[in-house]
Design a protein around this ligand. Structure first.
Ligand code: BES
Ligand code: MN
Ligand code: ZN
Length: 504
C-alpha cells in the first residue's frame, strides 16, 4: 500500500476517515487534536459524555454529517512519545479496516515536541503498515475479511513547509516497515516451507534486488572447512545447512573521493541464529508448544530485514550479515549428548545438551566475523528459555562488556521501543561452562541460563566489540498489540536500523 502525503486541515478532509487524537485527563479530553473547528471540538465533549476517556489506544467512531470520524486515545499528555504515535497509527489503521473503511487520514502531530515532521510521519507510516500486517499466505481469507481492506492512507502535514520532510519520513517508514514485514513473513512461515535453503534463497533475492553481495556455503563445504559447530547441529537433518553471508556497501560518493586518504567507513557485522526448526535434537523438547519452534530463526530474519532496510535507505556504512541456517532434529545421524565438536575457531565443545544448539552455530558465525575487522558485532538469537523467564516478553536480553555498545543499544531500544535490558556477563560465571574433557561445554546447570549461553558465545567473540541480544522472549507475540499482531514480531530490525543511524 502506498501512503500519500499532503498538507491541509484534518477537519476539512473529504478523502478518507479523519483520525483525531485526544489526550487522557479531564481538561485535555475536552479538545480534539489537531485543533479543528468548533463544531468538531463539540465532538470531544460528546465523546467524553459517551464514556470515552482518552486512554492510550482507546477507539471511538463518531458520525459527523455524512462522514465518520475516528478518535483515538493518546494517553496522558506528559507521556507523549513517538511510540505513542506508532501505536496511534496502528490502532487507527486496524480499527478502520475492521469497520470496513477503505481510506484514512492520519495527521502529523506535535512535530516540534517530538523532533520533526519527518520523525512523526515515519512513526505514522511504521505504525500503520506494521499494524495492518497479516500472514495470509497459507489460508483462504474468508469473504468478510477480504472485504475489510484498507487501500489508502494519507499522512497529513499541517504546514506546507513540513510536507517535504513528512514525505521523507513516510518513505523511510515504508522501507523499514517492509523490512520488518519480510522478517515476519519468514518467521511465521512454517519450517516445511522456510527451510535453510529457502532462507538462502531469500538472501539471494534481497541481494539481487538491492545489488548486495551474497555468498552461501552449503553443508558439504562447511564440513570440509571446519564449521564444526554448525555441522554438529545440522548433521541430524535431511535439509542441508546453509551458511549465508550478505554484504552491503554504500555506493562511493563524490564526497568520499575528495577526502585525502581513505575514508574509514565502519563495518557492522550482524549474526543471526537461523534454526528453522528446533526440536531439541536427541535432547528432545516436550511436545507442548513445540510447533512454535519455527520461530527459532527470528535472529536470522532480523538480520535479513536489517540488511534490506539498510540498502533501501542507502546507509553510509558497510554491513555484513552472517547467518547459520539449519534445523535441529533427532535422527540416526544426529549428534548425541557427550559428543565433542571442533568449532571453526579450533576450540572444542562437549555437547551436554543437543537442545543448546544456537550457541553452537553462533560460535562459528562469531569466529567468522573476525575477518571483517568490524566496528561492532551484534548477534541476535532466540537463545534461551531462561531469558524468557527472566525478562518475559517486553525486553531483549543484552550482554556485552562494551559500555559504548551497551549505551548505544540502550538508546536504540528506547527510540524504537525494542527495549533492551542488560544482564551480567561477569567472568565469575565462566566456570559454569567448563568441561572436563573439552575446552567448553555447551550447557551448564539451570542457574543463570541466559548468562551462561552468553558466556559461551563470548569465547568465540574474543577481541571483537561485541554484543549479544537474546530475543527468545520478544520475537513472538502471544497477544495482539497496536502495531504487532500476534505471531512473529520481527523484533531487531528497527533496533539495528536505529543503531546504525545513530552511529558516528
Ligand atoms: N531455541 C531455544 C530457546 C528458546 C526457548 C527460544 C523458548 C524461545 C522460546 C534454545 O535452542 C534452547 O533450547 N535452549 C535451551 C538451552 C538449555 C538446553 C541449556 C533452553 O533454554 O532450555
Ligand atoms: Mn534448542
Ligand atoms: Zn534453539
Amino acid at each position: 500500500m502506498r501512503i500519500q502525503v499532503r498538507t491541509g486541515r484534518l477537519d476539512q478532509t473529504r478523502d478518507g476517515v479523519p483520525v483525531f487524537a485526544a489526550f487522557e485527563g479531564e481538561q485535555t479530553l475536552q479538545r480534539l487534536i489537531p485543533a479543528s473547528s468548533s463544531r468538531d471540538q463539540a465532538l470531544a465533549k460528546l465523546a467524553a459524555s459517551a464514556g470515552f476517556r482518552g486512554t492510550a489506544n482507546e477507539t471511538l467512531l463518531v458520525p459527523r454529517g455524512a462522514q465518520w470520524v475516528l478518535v483515538i486515545g493518546l494517553g496522558k499528555e506528559k507521556d507523549l512519545s513517538l511510540e505513542r504515535i506508532r501505536q496511534f497509527a496502528g490502532t487507527a489503521a486496524r480499527a478502520a479496516r475492521s469497520r470496513g473503511f477503505r481510506t484514512i487520514v492520519l495527521p502529523v502531530l506535535y512535530e516540534r515536541m517530538l523532533g520533526s515532521a519527518g520523525a512523526v510521519a515515519q512513526a505514522l507510516a511504521e505504525g500503520a503498515l506494521l499494524g495492518l500486517y497479516r500472514y495470509d499466505r497459507l489460508r483462504e481469507v474468508p469473504k468478510h475479511e477480504r472485504r475489510q481492506r484498507l487501500d489508502a492512507i494519507t499522512v497529513l502535514a499541517g504546514k506546507s513547509r513540513d510536507a517535504a520532510d513528512a514525505r521523507k519520513g513516510v518513505e523511510k517508514g515504508e522501507a523499514i516497515a517492509e523490512a520488518v514485514r519480510l522478517a515476519r513473513d519468514l518467521i511465521n512461515g512454517p519450517s516445511n516451507l522456510v527451510t535453510p535453503t529457502a532462507l538462502a534463497n531469500e538472501a539471494r533475492r534481497i541481494a539481487a534486488r538491492f545489488r548486495l553481495k551474497c555468498s552461501v556455503t552449503p553443508f558439504a563445504q562447511l564440513k570440509r572447512r571446519g564449521f564444526g559447530g554448525i555441522v554438529g547441529v545440522a548433521q541430524g537433518s535431511q535439509h542441508p545447512a546453509q551458511f549465508i553471508v550478505l554484504e552491503y556497501a554504500p555506493r562511493p560518493r563524490p564526497s568520499n573521493r575528495t577526502r585525502r586518504g581513505k575514508r574509514a567507513i565502519p563495518t557492522f557485522v550482524f549474526c543471526g541464529k537461523g534454526i528453522t526448526f528446533d526440536s531439541g535434537g536427541i535432547s528432545l523438547k516436550p511436545a507442548e508448544k513445540m510447533e512454535q519452534m519455527k520461530y527459532d530463526m527470528s535472529g536470522a530474519a532480523a538480520v535479513l530485514g536489517a540488511l534490506q532496510a539498510a540498502a533501501a535507505l542507502s546507509m553510509p556504512h558497510r554491513i555484513v550479515g552472517i547467518i547459520a541456517a539449519t534445523e535441529n532434529l533427532p535422527s540416526g545421524t544426529a549428534q548425541k549428548p557427550g559428543d565433542v565438536l571442533k568449532t571453526l575457531s579450533g576450540k572444542t565443545v562437549e555437547v551436554i545438551n543437543t537442545d543448546a544448539e544456537g550457541r553452537l552455530v553462533l560460535a562459528d558465525c562469531l569466529h567468522y566475523a573476525k575477518r571483517y575487522k568490524p566496528a561492532c558485532v551484534v548477534d541476535l538469537a532466540t537463545l534461551t528459555g531462561a531469558c524468557v523467564t527472566a525478562l518475559g516478553h517486553e525486553a531483549i536480553g543484552l550482554f556485552t562488556k562494551s559500555e559504548r555498545l551497551a549505551s548505544r543499544l540502550n538508546e536504540a531500544g528506547k527510540a524504537t521501543y525494542e527495549r533492551v535490558w542488560r544482564l551480567p556477563l561477569w567472568d565469575e560465571y565462566a566456570p559454569l561452562i567448563k568441561s572436563d574433557i573439552a575446552d567448553l561445554k555447551n550447557a551448564g546447570s539451570r542457574d543463570a541460563g541466559a548468562t551462561t549461553a552468553a558466556k559461551f558465545l563470548e569465547e568465540f567473540a574474543q577481541g571483537l566489540p561485541w554484543a549479544h541480544l537474546d530475543i527468545a522472549g520478544t520475537a513472538w507475540a502471544e497477544q495482539d498489540k497496536p502495531y504487532t499482531p500476534k505471531g512473529a514480531v520481527g523484533v531487531g530490525v528497527r533496533l539495528l536500523v536505529r543503531l546504525m543511524e545513530q552511529w558516528k
